[in-house]
Design a protein around this ligand. Structure first.
Ligand code: GDP
Length: 448
């Protein structure tokens, strides 16, 4: 079950419960059983899911709920809290500071996406003003040196490695020393992997960690490894002190639940997720917005605003963000947003962050092409609108005759124009909610 499907099933279970007239223990059990099944089928460890069920039942005592209190809300809040608790190990990860040298070591099995992720991590921090550098200590896999060197060159990131030296520890120590002298403040050490967990690999990781004294060890986990995630993460954590997890390949057919198990095994937070092979297909991972998305509780404001900031030239941002913050979400704002979104790249990633733009409104199937097509159709429909229609904050203006005119003008079925108006209303509602202080701190974002 891919992650989007897991989200669909969990939010479906919660929605189903909300539809019931009387909320009793049977309704609660049905909802929890469906969530349990969905999580287990997504590779979350059985014991973790059982604990979650038990805790929710402990928190929600339906018979003790005083009259007038919303039982659905109490259950939803308990589910939200428990999912956050599983993903939040209660310990923050080390955050590198600009201008002060930090060494970050990447560990994981071969093929987990370590080398690709090292460059993504470096590139991410470079864009935010760090001076990152990459060290290749993988003397085991032929081609690792060239791969990282080429990636580093593409991203214009300093690189250290050796074709001839076979001792990874020596390369690591020399590389870190050299790059420190070059004033790099984030030195990223890529290590070698093996196809399977074996003693030689863990011994090498231990030696590398001892020699370079990393500020942070990040465990890279391929999200498609499923149930093996717990054991693998625990095995790495026993040889080096893992401080953070990055889950890769969440764009594929990953079940995603392994991430929850990796957090449980290492007691370390997931800090980023990889969502594609490209350098920019990399996102900061925040527990609460992620769980909200799983539960269908609205969008990931911070992620979306960051994406808009990335995609739009600096001089255009304050205006759009200001408009959004004022809750002044007109069809023209949606038009501008869609234009921005179309420049952003990976559609599925952006859609999942777009508040109010529920996946249900998108065509079935996840072909990026069809999502892009649909957005382009929306732009064409809006091209057939009058200035007044685009700038009016009042959706009620769009009566049947206006809709019929727009449909005719843009060569679209009336149902499609209506559907676009539904999307608009949802988005306007979500943005207005956000601007009333729930999660979107525009002034902070603008002045950043
Ligand atoms: P390593 O052996 O752990 O260093 O793994 P690599 O970095 O060489 O990655 C193995 C394969 O996974 C390569 O083909 C990468 O392009 C691919 N890969 C890495 N991260 C992602 C991701 O987030 N999504 C997808 N689709 N592929 C990825």
């Amino acid at each position: 079950m891919v992650l989007a499907e897991l989200g669909g099933r969990i939010s479906g279970a919660v929605r189903q419960m909300s539809n019931e007239i009387i909320i009793d223990d049977k309704v609660l059990n049905d909802c929890l059983n469906e969530i349990t099944r969905a999580l287990i089928q997504s590779d979350v460890q059985f014991s973790i899911v059982c604990d979650m069920q038990k805790n929710i039942k402990k928190i929600v005592k339906l018979n003790d709920v005083a009259a007038g209190h919303d039982k659905r809300k109490i259950i939803k809040q308990a589910i939200f809290g428990e999912l956050c608790r599983i993903l939040n190990p209660g310990k923050a990860s080390f955050t590198p500071r600009k201008g002060k040298t930090s060494v970050v070591m990447f560990v994981g099995l071969q093929g987990s996406g370590k080398t690709t992720t090292c460059t993504k991590y470096a590139h991410f921090h470079q864009k935010k003003g760090w001076r990152p550098a990459l060290v290749c200590t993988d003397t085991f896999r032929a081609g690792a040196f060239d791969q990282l060197k080429q990636n580093a060159a593409k991203a214009k990131i300093p690189f250290y490695g050796s074709y001839t030296e076979s001792d990874p520890v020596r390369i690591a120590v020399e590389g870190v020393e050299r790059l420190k002298k070059e004033n790099c403040d984030l030195i990223i050490v890529d290590t070698s992997g093996r196809h399977k967990q074996e003693a030689a690999l863990f011994e090498e990781m231990r030696q590398l960690s001892e020699a370079t004294k990393p500020d942070l060890v990040i465990f890279i986990m391929d999200s498609s490894i499923g149930q093996a995630a717990f054991d693998q993460a625990r095995a790495f954590n026993q040889s080096v002190a893992v401080g953070a997890v990055i889950v890769t390949k969440l764009d594929g057919h990953a079940k995603g639940g392994g991430a929850l198990s990796a957090v449980a095994a290492t007691k370390s937070p997931v800090v980023f997720v990889g969502t594609g092979e490209h350098m920019d297909e990399f996102q900061v991972f925040d527990v609460e917005p992620f769980v909200k998305r799983l539960l269908g509780m609205g969008g990931d404001w911070s992620g979306l605003v960051d994406k808009i900031q990335e995609a739009m030239p600096m001089d255009q941002q304050p205006e759009l963000l200001q408009k959004l913050s004022e809750g002044n979400f007109t069809l023209r704002t949606m038009y501008e947003q869609i234009q921005t979104i179309l420049k952003m790249g990976p559609m599925s990633e952006v859609f999942s962050m777009l508040p109010g733009f529920n996946q249900e409104l998108m065509p079935k199937g996840s072909e990026k092409g069809s999502q892009t097509y649909k957005l382009k159709r929306y732009l064409i429909m809006m091209d057939s609108m009058t200035k007044k229609e685009l700038d009016s904050p009042n959706a009620e203006l769009m009566n049947e005759s206006r809709i019929a005119r727009i449909a005719k003008g843009s060569g679209s079925p009336v149902e499609d124009v209506k559907e676009m108006m539904e999307a608009y209303k949802r988005m306007a509602k979500m943005w207005s909610k956000a601007s009333k202080g729930k999660g979107l701190n525009i002034s902070k974002k603008i002045s950043k």
